[in-house]
Design a protein around this ligand. Sequence first.
Ligand SMILES: [Zn+2]
Length: 230
Amino acid sequence: MYIPKSFMVITPHPDDAELGCGGTISKWISEKAYGVLLVCTNGDKGSAEPHMTSQMLSGIRAAEQESASKVLGLQEVVSFGYPDGELDDTKEFRERIVKNIRKYQPEVVLSTDPIRQSFYIHRDHRITGQVVLDAIYPYSRDRLYYPHHEKEGILTHKVKDVLLWGSESPNEIVNITEYIDTKIEALSEHSSQLSDIDSVGSRLKDSAKRAAANQDYQYGEAFRRIVFRQ
Ligand SMILES: [Zn+2]
């Protein structure tokens, strides 16, 4: 996989990006790519604490995401702030994604794979992945979709490649051996989501080792890559 000049990570919840592609983000940023993170929900349901409220939790998770994004070196973070678990494949949601893709013009988009056969995935993940793929093609590409964008100076964009994490059929492994520690550090910032911070590092290393099982390096992140244009 080449190092893109720019990329956009579109994630359902705070912490998904760090888990799915934190090493790749850190690697590409250190190679001078411009990285934007778009977080669709505020993660306000992700707690079993008896005294936690959604309002408190969304504030905690926004602060955690900010710290994690700093660790990864992301240049910009955009938050849509939808309530956790309430994403829908609507015209409004699709347009917001299209508008950001057109605004930032990323060469590569990373998101969550919406298709899994063998086990059920969180509704927000399924919907995010599906809407992101639709937004890339054909909506961001063709100027007659959302023609008012053009009047605002936001022009059409052709994304070159998509990398989907959490895939059952990965076809692209990114070598993150030098970036595994940064990935662990970034994920550790999401402490509201971690029951045992000490075991996070070893679990992440185990899965990164499995991803790189057939490679000549130690740690990888696995993706399903869809090439939209050569
Ligand atoms: Zn999630």
